[in-house]
Structures are given as C-alpha cells and as structure tokens.
Ligand binder design. Structure first.
Ligand code: ADP
Ligand code: MG
Ligand code: MG
Length: 883
C-alpha cells in the first residue's frame, strides 16, 4: 500500500524527508521533531495525493481516509486529547505546503475541531472561557473565508459593531460573553451567505479544509505565481495537519516570526517580531503592531513595548538556543515561526530564509569565515540572478533629496517611477514602457502581477515580514513598507503625506535600503564590486574554468564591463556605429550608389569613423581579445520608412526622391531576417567588409604603436551557412590585414572565425572549421532559425506556450538545451575534430543566463559573453557550473 500520510512528532519514527513528497513545511517539521525540538505532533498528506486528486477527476485515492484517521489517532495519542470530544477536545491546524513556499496557496486554518460542544470542553479544560470563545470565533471566520470562500467583510463588520456597541477600542477588551455572542452572529452570517449552517461535524471540517488546500493548487493566484517562478504544475502541494498550540492564552502566551540573521542586511543578529496573547497570522496581518524580538533592536528603534528578550526571558533564551541549533543543523540562515503557550516554546516552522542579494553575499562570506560552510559552498549559495539587484545604480548620495516620508527599509535598492495605486494599472503602464511605483495600503497575493511589473513598492501598513516585504525581497524589487504617515485615497487616486498631495502619475523615488520616500526622480550612481561582493567574486574566479567576456560596442559599455571583470569582448556589433547621425548620410550614399565606384567613395568617408570607433574600444580592452562582427542587418534598415522623411534624406544623400524611393523599393524584402543580410552582404558587396576589416587592422596597429599593448582582434563573419562563404570573406579580411600590416610596418595576431547561428552551419561545423579559427554561437538567431520562431513576434503567443507547458521557459531567455543545445554540442564536437584548438564561445543573450551558462560549461565552451551589467552574474554562474 502506498504511504500517503507521514507522521511527525511524538513517537513517530518516519525517516522520510523528501521535499518533493512532504513539501517544504512538512519535511522541516519532521526534521525539527526528529532532532528533539519541541514540535506539536501532526501528519503530512503527500504531494502525490494532490497529483492523484487532479489526475482522477478530483477524487482521493481509496486508502487515504484510513491513513488520515491513523494520523489523527497519532496526534490524539501524543496529546492525550480526542478530535471532536466534548470534554477534552483536540484542535488542529490545516496547513498547505508546497516544495517551495508559495503565495497564492490556501491560507492556514487554525483551531479546527471547534463546534458548539467542544468549545465548552475547551473552556473548561483551559480554565479560560474567553480564550475558548475567541478561538471559536477565529475558527468560524477563517474557515468561512478560506474553505467556504464567503465574503469576509460581513464578519469584520460584525466585530466592529460588537466593539462599538460595547464602547471598546481593542479586540483585547472583548470578554468571554462578548466573543460568545459574536460566535452566534458569525453562525448567522454563514447560514445566510452559504445557505447551510456552519459545519458542526469535525470530520466534515477536516476534509473540507484538506480539499480546500488541494483546490488552491489550481487557483488563479497560484498559477500566476508558478508561471513567474517556473514551478511546474505537476509538483502539487502537501497538506499538514498539526495539533494546535495556543499563543492566545493570556499574557504568558505569544506568537512570532524570526530570522536567525537579518534577511535584509545579512548582519549576524537574531531578527524578528512577536506579539503577546496572539495567534497565527496576527503578527503579519497588520491588525496589531508587532514588537521587537531583541532588546537591542527595540532600543535601536526607540520603541516602548518590551521586547520578547525582556518580557519573557526564559522562553526567549530557549528560542535563541533553538536558533543556534537550527543554523548549525541546516548550515544556513533560517526563517522561523514559533508560539509560546503559557510559557512553553513550540516550533511551528523553519526553512532557509529568503534574503536580499546583499544579505546573501554577506551571509555566504561570513558563514565561510565562521567555518560553517566552505568557500566553494559560499560560491554555490548565492543565486547569480539575484546579484542583478546589486548591479544597478543606487541613489547618488550627493544628490538633493526631497524626502516626503520614511517607512521600513523592507527590500533594498533604489527605484524611481510614476505612482500607481493598483496592480492592474501597474501592469498596464509598465507594459507601455513606463517605470511605475506601486503604492498600496498593504499588498496581498492578488497584487503579485502588479508588484512584478513595478520598479518598486510602497505600502502604508505592514512590517518587515509583511506580504509586501517578503514578496518584494523575493522578486528583488525595492520596497518601503509601513510608511505610516502616508494616507492613500484609492478612490481619488491621490496620496497625502505631511500636508502634501501626490497624484497617480507623479514621480517618486524609493530607497529600500534606508526606507526614505522622495518626491521626484533622484539621480543614481554606478555600483562597485567591493566588500563581500568583491570577496565572493575572487572565490568564484578561482573556481571557474570558462572565461567571461562582454557584448559591447560603445566605449561606455566597454568601461563598465571591464570594471565588472570582463575578460574581453565576445560580440562587438558594428551596425549601431552606422546609425550615428554624422554617418548615416554616408551609409545611405553607399546603399544608394549605383555601382562599386560610388559605394567605395561613400565607404571612404566611413573608414576614418569606423577606425576611431575601434581604436577607442581596443584601447579600453588593451591586451584582451575583441570579437568584432562585420555588418549584419539588411541594408534597408538604414533607409527611411516614413513618407515625410524621404525628401530630407534624398537631399542629404544627393539623389532625387524618385531614385531614393526606387532603391528603397528594390531593397524591400518579404522576410528580411532570412534575407539579404549577414555575410550575404559581404559576398555581394565585398568592399563593405573590406572597409571594415581595414578599419579594424589600422586601429589595432595604431593602438599597439601608441600603447605598446596590442589588442587581439577576432574578426567574425555573420550568418555563414557554407564553408565557401567563409572562405570568400576570409580572403577579403586577410587581404586587408596584409595590406595594412605592410603600410604600418608591423604585424599583429588576429583570428578570423564565424558565428554559428544557422542549423546548417552547426551541421557543417566540421567543414567550416577548416577555415574558421573560432566559432561563436549566436544563440539568438540559432534559436529563431532552429525553432522557426521569430523573436520579434513571439511575444504574442510565448506566454501561452509556457503556460501550456510546451516550453519550460522562454527559449530566448533560457537556452532550449534539449533542441538548440544539441546543435551546439554537435557543432562543438565536429569543430574540434577538424581543429582541436578551435576557440568556442557564446554571444547570444543566453550568455548571461545562469541555466544556459551551466549548459555551456557542460559542452566545454572557452567563454561566455554577457551584457556589461550581467558580467558578474556570468562570472558567478560560470563558477557554480564548474563546481
Ligand atoms: P504560511 O505558510 O502562510 O506561513 P502556516 O501554515 O505556516 O502558513 O501558518 C501560519 C501561522 O499559523 C503560523 O505562523 C503559526 O503562527 C500559525 N499556526 C499554524 N499551525 C499552528 C499550530 N498547530 N498551532 C499554533 N499555531 C499554528
Ligand atoms: Mg508559515
Ligand atoms: Mg545573428
């Protein structure tokens, strides 16, 4: 019989820990219990049940009922209470738990097992009727909201009215009989909305909650989250059922969340929030303001309410010992949920904590220094993609700031953009190319798409562990939360703060590192690889085999890339150099020329310009290889497309409008990306490539002469499909080199090679390698031509393709290893057979994508090439691939 239920706590002996099977929460609860930490007993229904549920038309496996009953019996045995028993009732929580923590899944239901009879037993057993009725009303409200999907507004309103009627301000003023009266009202609301009385049968309650967890796996919110995070639908979720412990049993009880180190900065200090006499989500819900865990944090914030360290020193000391134990055990920073019931500590969750990139770096470097992990593990710990957060400009410290308010520094980094007040607007405006800042009172899982679209997030309510803060850190968006002085008027679409009014569309700037919110746009400065970042990069460089180059064609990009550690240029495109206003006329004259002589005359004007482009780049990349791709795009891209531009262009180029139009008509192509471009231009107009090659070699000789450090030009012929094309073009390049070297009286090393970007070139790589001294995989075009999907048009259907599981990810972002990858491996192999020392690299966008970089390591490429800001990401990813 398949084991569908695994027990934990008490005398459970299961050794199953697989997160695939138990989900993250279930696996870690079992692990904590087994190392002797205080965990309330419970059981986990496996993810396989979820998968089977959907595969069998929403039906459970036959054995499930019996195994769940055995699980309940385990909890009853361990706690000495009985589920549904009127005298001594067992209450449980029902908690979802996917492999990775997943917003969008069902919220936890607490206090399940309460009904009109058991509430009396709970009151008697605890000696605290107020607590019992408070728990019951919480249960009805949660169950109605989460499982029955009733409108929670009516419940909140009933509570407000109950308090108002009695002249109370806080929930804590409510007495036992007040809660009891409210329970009656809640039951009436349920019956009115649902058409049936609130379920009194505890088995019905339990199966209702279990079913709701499985149903939530296919909720819209969960699906959106899965798509954004590339989580496959087949994974499914587990369900955890666990004995309740109570943080709401008076002033010796409490609940809280904590991190073993600061998740925003990485600093080694316990970090968290807690609330006395509270339960579950109270801490993150923003109803009461949570308090600081440690004395130091309270003092630093100048806050009054006592920290847990001060108010409950014994429970706190026990908790601190658990923190250390967990860090040693998991060898990583832990994110923890706990409850204190009448002085006794209970652990309810642990997991490796989400952290900002900055914190990840600091923790990895410090844990290696502490001896908790090795340097190699430190390198492996940091998610390369997350470094993106640190590789962007931060606010210029010397720029003036018009600070309008300050909130909590919930997720670091700086962001400027137009204010928007809801997620849909954020998505719409971002799609239209605007930078937006999402401003909300607080966020909820319904806002995820807007948070993703926004540059930054600002909330008026919520702490460092609020939804906005946690999600923003995970996404790498700067976030300022709990800016309490902010008043947001969603209807009027304005926010007011300190006597000022800002409207939707107004620019603001957030500093998620300091918590400051500024009116207008504050200028930024470039990041530097110093401190922990620098240290980790040194370790990464020691671990990696592949070189990391950059894709760059402007001196500015080249400089940034070198600062980030680029070891040469993997792709210098030359067409952008032709668009420059001062040159476009000569380019157009060249295109419009009727014969070779006319073309040469125009090219002569371009030569000195190209030479100076290359000289500047060579000087910055002194001593490093620079791969220059000769002209690639179809020529008509350089001609005007709009009627109103023709006259001006014709005049500048010295031809009449009719000639210009005729020539533009001749150049028109039905399918330009497969048309007259790449080396096909060089084959038909060799003088273009001849000019470019000459500019390259003249510049290289000049730089070598003036600086003494010769660059290593690698001349790349694009879009080759046959060896003969490459032979013809190589002859043009070699002739130019020979002529220039004779004129300059010096020779330089250089290579001539090709981009492999057509399937035929990959297949014929063995032959092409006879002429080509290097291959650079142009995976943008290779992906387009292999799959037959145009990158520029794929946006319309690619999301659907990813949603339906046809592609695991966008193949233009992450290499299609299965398909396109085969062509790359095959070409690399065949190329090496012909020319064992052939240089191999990748220069598509994929060169900066960690998953694709891992593939490149597997194929044994010599280098990857990434855009300047992605160079450090590629260095780290290349190191991880080599480990
Ligand atoms: P999430 O995945 O959203 O964090 P959890 O299942 O962890 O949801 O539950 C949320 C909160 O509910 C926990 O942090 C804890 O405070 C409370 N909780 C869950 N189970 C129990 C329990 N058995 N006893 C007491 N509190 C619980
Ligand atoms: Mg939790
Ligand atoms: Mg190409």
């Amino acid at each position: 019989m398949t084991q569908l239920v695994h027990l934990f706590g008490g005398d459970a002996t299961t050794t199953e820990r697989s997160k695939e099977l138990l989900g993250g929460k279930g696996s870690n609860l079992a692990e904590m219990a087994s190392i002797g930490l205080p965990v309330p007993p419970g059981f986990t229904v496996t993810t396989e049940v979820c998968t089977a549920f959907y595969a069998n038309g929403r039906q459970y496996p036959a054995e499930l009922a019996q195994q769940v009953a055995a699980g309940v019996a385990h909890i009853e045995r361990t706690t000495g209470r009985t589920f549904g028993d009127a005298a001594n009732p067992l209450l449980v929580s029902v908690r979802s738990g996917a492999r990775a923590s997943m917003p969008g899944m069902m919220d936890t239901v607490l206090n399940l097992g309460l009904n009109d009879e058991t509430v009396v037993g709970l009151a008697a057993g605890s000696g605290d009727p107020r607590f019992a009725w408070d728990s019951y009303r919480r249960f009805i409200q949660m169950y109605s909201d989460v499982v029955l999907a009733l409108d929670h507004h009516d419940f909140e309103e009933a509570l407000e009215i109950a308090k108002e009627d009695r002249g109370y301000y806080l929930d804590t003023e409510m007495l036992a009989e007040d809660w009891q009266a409210l329970v009656g009202e809640y039951k009436t609301i349920v019956e009115k909305q649902w058409g049936r009385p609130f379920p009194q049968d505890v088995q019905e309650q339990l199966w209702g909650a279990v079913g709701a967890v499985f149903e939530s796996w296919e909720s819209e919110r969960a699906k959106v989250y899965r798509r954004l995070n590339a989580i496959p639908a087949e994974w499914g979720t587990a369900v955890n059922v666990q004995a309740m412990v109570f943080g709401n049993m008076g002033d010796t009880s409490a609940t809280g969340v904590a991190f073993t180190r600061n998740p925003a900065t990485g600093e080694r200090a316990y970090y968290g929030e807690w609330l006395v006499n509270a339960q579950g989500e109270d801490v993150v819900a923003g109803i009461r303001t949570p308090q600081y865990l440690t004395k130091a944090a309270r003092e630093e914030a100048n806050a009054k309410p006592l920290s847990m360290e001060e108010a409950m020193p014994e429970a706190y000391a026990e908790l601190a010992a658990v923190f250390d134990r967990l860090e040693q055990h998991y060898r990583d920073m832990q994110d923890i949920e706990f409850t204190v019931e009448r002085g006794k500590l209970w652990m309810l969750q642990t997991r490796s904590g989400k952290r900002t990139a900055k914190a990840a770096l600091k923790m990895a470097v410090e844990m290696a220094a502490e001896g908790l992990i090795s340097e190699a593990e430190a390198v492996a710990r940091v998610d390369p993609a997350a470094l993106d957060q640190l590789l962007h400009p931060t606010l210029d410290p010397s720029a003036p700031r018009d600070v309008i308010t300050k909130g909590l520094p919930a997720s670091p980094g700086a962001a400027s953009g137009a204010i928007v007040f809801d997620a849909d607007t954020a998505e719409k405006r971002a799609a239209a190319g605007d930078d937006v800042i999402l401003v909300r009172i607080e966020t909820s899982p319904e806002d995820i798409h807007g948070m993703h679209a926004a540059r930054g997030i600002l909330t008026a309510r919520g702490g460092m562990t609020s939804h906005a803060a946690v999600v923003a850190r995970g996404m790498g968006r700067p976030c300022v939360s709990g800016a309490g002085s902010l008043s947001i008027d969603n209807a009027a679409r304005v926010m007011r703060v300190a006597g000022r009014e800002l409207r939707e569309g107004d620019l603001i700037t957030l500093d998620g590192t300091s918590g400051e919110v500024m009116a207008g746009k504050v200028p930024t400065v470039e990041p530097e690889l110093v401190g922990d970042f620098g240290t980790l990069m040194v370790w990464a460089d020691a671990a990696r085999r592949m070189k990391v180059r950059t894709n760059a064609e402007t001196p500015e990009d080249c400089r940034v890339a070198r600062q980030f550690g680029a070891e040469g240029i993997g792709l210098c495109r030359t067409e952008h150099m032709f668009f420059d206003a001062s040159r476009i006329t000569a380019v157009r004259q060249m295109i419009l020329a009727e014969n070779e002589a006319g073309r040469r005359a125009a090219l002569d004007k371009l030569l000195p310009e190209q030479r100076s482009d290359f000289a500047e780049i060579f000087a910055i990349m002194a001593g490093l290889p620079v791969t220059i791709r000769l002209l690639d795009p179809p020529l008509h891209e350089f001609l005007p497309h709009r009627e109103e531009d023709f006259a001006e262009v014709a005049e500048a180029a010295g031809v009449d409008i009719a000639t210009l139009k005729r020539r533009a008509g001749e150049l028109h192509e039905f399918n330009p990306m497969l048309g007259h471009r790449g080396c096909r231009l060089g084959v038909t107009f060799p003088e273009i490539y001849e000019m470019q090659a000459r500019a390259i070699f003249e510049a290289a000789c000049d730089v070598a002469a003036s600086s003494g450090e010769a660059p290593i030009p690698e001349v790349m012929i694009p879009l080759v499909a046959t060896k003969r094309e490459l032979d013809l073009m190589k002859a043009v390049v070699d002739a130019a080199a020979k002529a220039v070297f004779a004129e300059k009286g010096r020779t330089l090393d250089y290579l001539v090679g090709t981009m492999i970007e057509l399937p035929r070139a990959a297949l014929m790589a063995g032959e092409i390698a006879h002429s080509g001294e290097f291959f650079s995989f142009g995976t943008n075009d290779l992906t387009q031509t292999t799959i037959g999907i145009s990158r520029d048009d794929a946006g319309r259907f690619l999301t659907t393709y990813v949603d339906k599981g046809i592609f695991a990810a966008d193949p233009f972002v992450s290499l299609d290893v299965e398909g396109v990858g085969q062509l790359i491996s095959l070409a690399a192999e065949r190329g090496r057979v012909t020319r064992p020392d052939i240089k191999l690299g990748i220069c598509g966008e994929h060169g900066g994508d960690p998953a694709s970089i891992a593939f490149c390591e597997g194929v044994g490429l010599d280098y990857v090439s990434a855009s300047p800001y992605r160079v450090p990401i590629a260095r780290l990813a290349a190191a991880q691939a080599a480990l």
